[in-house]
Ligand binder design. Structure first.
Ligand code: SAM
Ligand code: DTB
Ligand code: SF4
Length: 329
């Protein structure tokens, strides 16, 4: 019999939520081939290894954010080239969502540069969620911190996913953001989970963090009572004017290790190869897929920065024998 994805499928072990610090650090320290083998084996036990989910981003409210996240071009505190703009109207959003759907995206993620939305902000966002859902796409929003009531309102509107990243380890967090705490982030994630919205939560590699910080970020995610359904791993996009504009570049192999460890720790989650792909070679992206990444941001724009062209991504998928997740339409 020919080897196919199905015949190569290993048995799935039970999901774990009790990873120790030493165990996770030991994964990061494995010889690269051993780590990749563990990640591939885990990946194949839970997913078709040749299918990648496509999410398209749209910044529905740009800039003017009061927070001081050192990586972010949308903070009002940094002199970047981002011009603040109010919430986009329904037509603009639906045109972008239809375009994304027609290009093959199955999820539409709308971002807003808020610290936390006001209740009247939610009134503006809810019709956007309903409109995108009516197009047959999964919906995701990232609006900052939410209280329990706000999370419930979004759930009632039919929201599928809420993105809220921990970004880095609890220890390193204070070096990057001073205007809110790690616990604030965890509280929002608990509110989202309690409202039965799928959780999209990950972080950024390249902030100047140590391998232990990467390990502790992933351990924080993997020891939640339910793993986030989506785990975006972003490579820092170094934007001029932000405090991290000149941050040291991450070695590509170290980036791939982070993806692989995320895959081993959270076997049933979608691990997203997220921001930073314009700075990555096709070989590096192929390694990230081999390490268990099975989702990308798809479309020429992230929030305020560029993402690879759709045609380029499609050519890469063809070369690698990857198919996108089939859409509803
Ligand atoms: N304001 C909301 C918040 O912070 O949760 C939502 C939008 S915010 C831009 C969403 C996420 O984008 C951040 O948590 C961070 O992980 C990511 N991000 C922002 N700027 C980035 C950059 N320059 N490089 C990589 N990821 C970035
Ligand atoms: C996530 O983890 N990455 C996305 C999304 N969630 C909201 C954002 C990436 C932003 C990159 C910088 C920019 O384009 O402004
Ligand atoms: Fe604001 Fe979000 Fe950017 Fe932080 S990451 S400055 S909260 S838009």
């Amino acid at each position: 019999m020919h080897a196919t994805a199905e015949t190569l499928r290993p048995a799935a072990a039970a999901l774990r939520h009790d990873w120790s610090r030493d165990e996770v650090e030991a994964l990061f320290a494995l010889p690269f081939s051993d780590l990749m083998y563990a990640a591939q084996t885990t990946h194949r036990a839970h997913f078709d290894p040749n299918v990648v989910q496509l999410s398209t981003l749209l910044n529905i409210k740009t800039g003017g954010c009061p927070e001081d996240c050192a990586y972010c071009p949308q903070s009002v505190r940094f002199d970047t080239n981002v011009e603040a703009a109010p919430v986009l109207d329904l037509d603009t959003v639906l045109t972008a969502a239809r375009r994304a759907r027609d290009a093959g995206a199955t999820r539409f993620c709308m971002g807003a540069a808020w610290r936390s939305p006001k209740d009247r902000d939610l009134e503006q966002v809810i019709p956007l969620i309903e409109g995108v859902r009516a197009l047959g796409m999964e919906t995701c929003v990232t609006l900052g911190m939410l209280n329990a009531g706000q999370a419930r309102r979004l759930a009632d509107a039919g929201l599928d996913y809420y993105n809220h990243n921990l970004d880095t380890s609890p220890d390193f967090y204070g070096e990057i953001i001073s205007t809110r705490t790690y616990q604030d982030r965890l509280d929002t994630l608990a509110n989202v989970r309690d409202a039965d919205i799928n959780v999209c939560c990950g972080g950024i590699v390249g902030l100047g963090e140590s391998v232990t910080d990467r390990s502790e970020l992933l351990r924080t995610l993997a020891t939640m009572s339910k793993h986030p359904e989506s785990v975006p791993i972003n490579l820092l996009v170094r934007v001029e004017g932000t405090p991290l504009a000149d941050a040291e570049a991450v070695h590509p192999i170290d980036f791939v290790r982070t993806i692989a460890v995320a895959r081993v720790l959270m076997p049933a989650s979608h691990v997203r190869l997220s921001a930073g792909r314009t700075a990555m070679s096709e070989e590096l992206q192929a390694l990230a897929f081999l390490a268990g990444a099975n989702s990308i941001f798809y479309g020429e724009q992230l929030l305020t920065t560029a993402n690879p062209d759709v045609a380029r991504d499609q050519a890469l998928f063809t070369r690698l024998g990857i198919s996108p997740t089939a859409g509803h339409a």
